[in-house]
Ligand binder design. Structure first.
Ligand code: ADP
Ligand code: MG
Length: 251
């Protein structure tokens, strides 16, 4: 978007830093020394094929998985090894892959869960923020989450993560399985969330749209970062175009 080689955000302090992060599932090494950073105010996208380790990376950040080696810092403080609820309390919200809303609970109950478990109760202003971003959730507030469309469930998963009032929002494949029009809508809302001051780490297989939204991007292949650059540079890189923007790229 910008013609500047480096965005002004490049000078902002890092909110999140991963250094040489290794995560294994038993004998399976899923992350083999991941280095990544997200600065205040940025949208950073983490791209990669299925099985590359994207979800594992987000789960390590949010405390669901413990790195075998390496460090994860949030505002300079070590967070690796902390339990998930502590990580949420520090200001890291996570909208998981596959959405994972509570299907038999209403929209409102799902949103209150987001806040209640970690912050001691939903705040009116947080609910208002979510309902302003996602008017359809306000309309459907008394409806069971399981009856929502895929796109609406995705909005609810993001909304629930916002109820914890995150400084950093982790989004795991928010566009997965959704129709193109809904995907565009979700990406527009992610931009809006970022413009309201929330830093975003976005995991996507939809590289074209993710790179148009992001300031910077990283490419993960079988547990290692193989490229990182300004999003505009990645968008025009022939390697990225061949591997991730070939068939099925947006537009
Ligand atoms: N619970 C698990 N047990 C064993 N292996 C796993 C588990 N979850 C993921 N993996 C493996 O770890 C690697 C990274 O997976 P994942 O982080 O889910 O990738 P991505 O999100 O990029 O598709 C893959 O090889 C996957 O098969
Ligand atoms: Mg995944």
């Amino acid at each position: 978007m910008s013609e500047e080689p480096a965005s002004p955000r490049a000078a902002a302090p890092p909110v999140l830093e991963l250094r040489e992060v290794h995560v294994a599932y038993g004998a399976i090494e899923a992350l083999k020394g991941v280095d990544l950073e997200v600065r205040e105010g940025e949208v950073v996208t983490l791209l990669g094929a299925n099985g590359a380790g994207k979800t594992t990376t987000l789960q390590a950040i949010s405390g669901l998985l413990r790195p075998r080696r390496g460090e994860i810092r949030f505002h300079g403080e070590r967070v690796d090894g902390l339990p998930p609820h502590e990580v949420v309390r520090l200001g890291i919200g996570h909208s998981p892959e596959g959405r994972r809303v509570f299907p038999l609970m209403t929209v409102l109950e799902n949103l209150r869960m987001g806040a209640y478990r970690f912050r001691g109760g939903a705040r009116r202003e947080d609910l208002d923020r979510v309902f302003t971003l996602f008017p359809v959730l306000a309309e459907r507030r008394t409806q069971e989450a399981g009856t929502l469309s895929g796109g609406e469930q995705q909005m609810l998963a993001i909304g629930r993560a916002l109820m914890t009032r995150p400084v950093l929002l982790l989004l795991d494949e928010p566009s997965m399985g959704l129709a193109p029009l809904i995907v565009t809508q979700i990406f527009t809302i992610i931009r809006e969330i970022n413009e309201q001051g929330t830093t975003v780490l976005l995991v996507e297989q939809n590289a074209a749209q993710a790179l148009k939204l992001a300031d910077r991007g990283y490419v993960l292949e079988t547990g290692s970062i193989v490229m990182s650059d300004a999003a505009s540079a990645l968008l025009s890189s022939s390697r990225i175009r061949a591997a991730y923007l070939g068939e099925g790229a947006a537009e």
